[in-house]
Design a binder for this molecule. Structure first.
Ligand code: GAR
Length: 202
């Protein structure tokens, strides 16, 4: 049984998508061991508790990155976490944190990386005028929105879109993409050649 640790800072819809996939058997042999937020008012924490999950707030405000990360990693390890899923966790991980879970930390980002890393990716893409955007689930490395790509989903930008309608359609694909990526990583039937994730032949 795999133990997932979810880190979030806000709404938590990607967390809910993963939890729903586990409950529905779309992610077999896994459970969510702990949900952690760096923000006390993150709605995702209340949602996690309402689902009967262990959910903790570890505030980041006013603390050094290293100090905060040490506490988060300690809690993840206490709960036996073997896969960390960043789900709207609006904080850079320290290199030390990344090294604690080699190739075991995933992030979702609302653009087709390497386009539009950083904050408000959907707004950046819309303002740039792209005709196609989407989302990316990738391994976390020491750089922002940078590690090897696991799953991407393309979303066309429609004539009628504004940044909000585009973000909403990307979000639907994020929820699908995260479940696919978690399954790929948990099954482990891949190798990474350079930056390329390649599925191993059966
Ligand atoms: C999602 O759109 C996610 O891709 C984005 O924050 C949102 C969180 O929503 N993450 C980033 O921009 C990370 N760079 P959620 O709390 O409903 O999952």
């Amino acid at each position: 049984m795999h133990s997932l640790g979810i880190l979030l800072s806000g709404r938590g819809s990607n967390f809910v998508a993963i939890a729903d996939s586990i409950d529905a058997g779309r992610i077999p042999d896994a459970r969510i061991a702990v949900v952690i937020s760096n923000k006390a008012d993150a709605p995702g924490i209340a949602t996690a508790r309402a689902r009967g999950l262990t959910a903790l707030v570890i505030p980041s405000k006013g603390r050094s990155r290293e100090e905060h990360d040490r506490e988060v990693v300690a809690v993840l390890k206490q709960h036996g976490v073997d896969l960390v899923c960043l789900a709207g966790y609006m904080r850079l991980l320290s290199p030390w944190f990344v090294q604690q879970f080699p190739r075991r930390i995933l992030n979702i980002h609302p653009s087709l990386l390497p386009a539009f890393p950083g904050l408000e990716a959907q707004e950046q893409a819309f303002a740039y005028g792209v005709k196609v955007s989407g989302c990316t689930v990738h391994f976390v490395d020491e750089e922002l929105d940078h590690g090897a790509i696991i799953v991407q989903k393309a979303v066309p930008v429609l004539e009628t879109d504004d940044e909000h309608t585009l973000a909403a359609r990307i979000l639907v694909q994020e929820h699908v993409a995260y479940t696919e990526a978690v399954n790929i990583v948990l099954r482990g039937k891949f190798e990474i050649v350079g930056r390329r994730l390649q599925m191993k032949r059966a």
